[in-house]
Each structure stands twice: as structure tokens, then as C-alpha cells.
Unconditional design. Sequence first.
Length: 278
Amino acid sequence: MSKMAITMTSAGYSGPRVVKYLFIDGGCLHSLLKVLSEKYFSSVPIELDFQKFTSEFTKVFYYDALPVKKGSESEDQFNRNFQTTKKFIEDLEMLDRFHVYLGESKHGKKGIEQKQVDVLIAIHLLKHSFNRNMHRATLLTTDSDFIPLLDALVETGMHITIWYGDSNGCRANKGLLKAADSRRKIGIKGIYECTKEEFSKKYKIPKVTSGPKKEYTTLIQAWEDESFGKIELYKEDDFIIVFRDKRVLNIDFLSHISFPDLEILRFFAEDEYKIIIP
């Protein structure tokens, strides 16, 4: 059995191609987008460009369930929600590389629960892993129920990456993160970079730049941080946070995060850098 797919082109040998599959827990992604929408865009739905969001993967498997009527919903509200979700699913099914699988939504003791979705994800991950259809698997979820599955896959030699959220209401279990080979937090910066052009033109998030310290005039406050040392907050046309980020190789450069809304700047600084503005 071949372990590497070799790609040949007219331009010459391009080297081995690593086959990567992405498995998306749709309920988890919806929750993450909802949390970020509420914090950064006043609950305006985030319009994600799924082709851009998943561009590094050979195949994408998306798992979700159509909604059932909530007790507080009117018939018209439910029908609108159902048709919106149905169209979203149908649009995903038509995207290249995408394969959509639906479970069921049912009323349970904890409210509306998705059934069969976790089982479908587990079956497909195991099947593609054992058949060696992929070299690497990525699972977008925060569900700790997947820990035994990840343990089993890692033991077979499959490289597993977890994509996860780290915001209130959508935070990954540490045990889940430990079970994976590698992990990547999906925050507002990564999501925003993959939004549709029409959305990003209309809605903005804080801007991050690196360079020499500028001559800002109005210092609001300064404080010491364990990770970044001295941090300063200024108010010019925008609010601006200035600090030294060790990940920036040029030691003479400082990082500048600016935005006109201080509350959103607070969210961004904490979500992306774990900086708490006093």
C-alpha cells in the first residue's frame, strides 16, 4: 500500500503530497461563530468563506443536523430558521471537496440535542485512518467525548490536530487538547481572515501592526504584564495598545493594536494575546 501520493506535473517533480482531511463538528462551529458574532459584531451573523477557511485540506467532512422547533418559537420563526439552515447545508454540499452528513435534532433532558453526529464523525475518522486514505486528520470540536477516539487514532500512528474555540460558551476541554498530536485555537483573527469579502468590507476588527514606537500623545494607563512586560494604552483617533511581542523577531519593533471601540479592543487583546486591560 502506497504511503505517499506522488504528484507529477509538466513543470517537473513537485514532491510528495500530504493528504489532509478536515472533520467539522457543525454544532461546535456554529457555537463558536455565535460567540464571536456577539462579542465583535453586535450579533450580526459572521459570513464565513468555507473554501478559504478549509483551503489547506484535500477533503472536508461536515456534520450537522436540521433544527427542530423550540418551545418558544412561533411556527413562522421555526420555518424561517429551518429553511435558512437547509439552504446553508445545500450550499455546503455543492462546494468542491465538501461532504455533508446529517444526524438528527431531538428534544432531550438538556434541551435540544443532536443525535448520531458524534457517531458519524467517529466512524468516518476511524475508517479513513485505518484505510490510510489520509496522512493527517484535523477535527474541529470542543467535545471531550472524543478523547477515547483520539487516543485510539494516535495509537494507530495517525497524526491528529484539534481545531478548537477558547471563548466562554465554546471552550475546549484540556483533556481533549492533550489527546491530540497538535492543536490550533480558532479565534476572531483567524475567522475574520476567512470571512467573505462583502462582510470584511462592512465590519472591522482591531488592527495589529509591528514597528518602531510612534509618538502617541495621550497615555491613558501603563502596567506590567508577566508575558509582555510593560504595556501602554493610548487614546488618539483610536484606542491603541503598545507592547513588545517576543514572537516579533525584530527586537526594536513593538506591536500596536488599534480600534475605536475600547470594549472590542479589550475582547481582542484577551482573546488573541491573553492581555487583560485593567
